[in-house]
Design a protein around this ligand. Sequence first.
Ligand code: NAD
Length: 399
Amino acid sequence: MRAHQFSRDAVIVGGCGRVGLPLGIALASRGLSVTLYDINAAAVATVNDGVMPFDEEGAAPLLTEVVGAGRLVATTDPASVGTAEHVVVVVGTPVDEHLNPDLGAVPRALERCADHLVAGQLVILRSTVYPGVTALTEKLLASLGAGVDVAFCPERIAEGKALTELFDLPQIVSARTPDVVGRAEKFFRNLTDQIVPLEPEEAELAKLFTNTWRYIKFATANQFWMMANDFGLDFARIRHAITFDYPRAADLPMPGFAAGPCLFKDTMQLAAFNRNNFVLGHSAMLINEGLPLYLVSRLEDSYDLSSMTVGILGMAFKGGSDDPRESLAYKLRKILSLKARETLCTDPHVKDERFVPLDDVLAKADLLVIACPHQEYTALDTQTPVVDMWGLTGQGVRV
Ligand SMILES: NC(=O)c1ccc[n+]([C@@H]2O[C@H](COP(=O)([O-])OP(=O)(O)OC[C@H]3O[C@@H](n4cnc5c(N)ncnc54)[C@H](O)[C@@H]3O)[C@@H](O)[C@H]2O)c1
């Protein structure tokens, strides 16, 4: 009966963002008709032109195809939310400047379009949320008399890999009743056969634990690196010895800026959830966020920065990405702007009119710091000293 009411298979609220758009493309590539509802009119127009507003591997040709076929459309019209059986919510869920989670981001987004919800719809929360937000949203929708089912099915892709991982990763699915779990499961079987059911609160924690675990692993590598480096040793050699044919340590990362829109803020969401008492999480934050300061203080030991032009290579939050959100390269730039005579920034993927071309940086800088491990920096043609804590250039990671 439900299917008769709807002209589309899915509407994605926040559908032109870094997570919503690849999801929409993936579903449309599997034959579903998908509408992307987003308040960003510029992104909506770009998507409807069949153009990606940001880089995502493999997305551009698929987008052109599914937009051309009419299976993917974007709109700023909230009424679109009433056109599909499945309403997926994937708006941003940041922490504020005092590291407080915004519990209202997902409920607010739904409240804005609640008038258009139709009884019998399945609302799937996909944003990463503070534990309890699913229950809060259920309460809100019940109080509005929406008559919809709610599921929480977290997104676990890594930006840049969405269009393989959406099909390869198991999907965690949670809801209050087996019937609603079944509805959500059926929807995600369009993407993957591996479904992992959980209770909503378990699923909320599962997503936060996933990102926090990764953030803590990076912090561990970063602290090991600082220890070895302060002792005059090359951590790259030590790490190679630890991980070589030794599976129990195989996931020890190399050092580097652990940043981006998710890992830090999700660790802080978990800290807030644990009554601001999360020693491991807070320690990881101090280590990872302190890395640019450590790096500059080590450089000050070897160089008179005040007489030097320093070139920062790579401003994105991770290698190969065009996403500058929460990138620690900007923190490095801020610190260097106080210490160095001049600081020049460059990035092959991030568009910013303040940046200069790589060749200009190579020509002018007295010192180069790789702040993001873009492949473009693996074989730099330069006589200028290159600071590379990532091991990208294969010359060790001593600074
Ligand atoms: N970026 C990642 O790699 C990643 C991975 C897994 C999970 N997540 C989670 O997914 C969520 C979204 O992250 P993102 O990186 O895609 O964020 P984003 O900022 O790129 O996308 C959010 C989109 O929502 C739109 N939006 C905001 N409020 C809206 C509203 N009321 N109605 C309609 N549209 C609205 C914005 O215009 C934007 O296009 C977050 O909870 C994040 O933690 C992100």
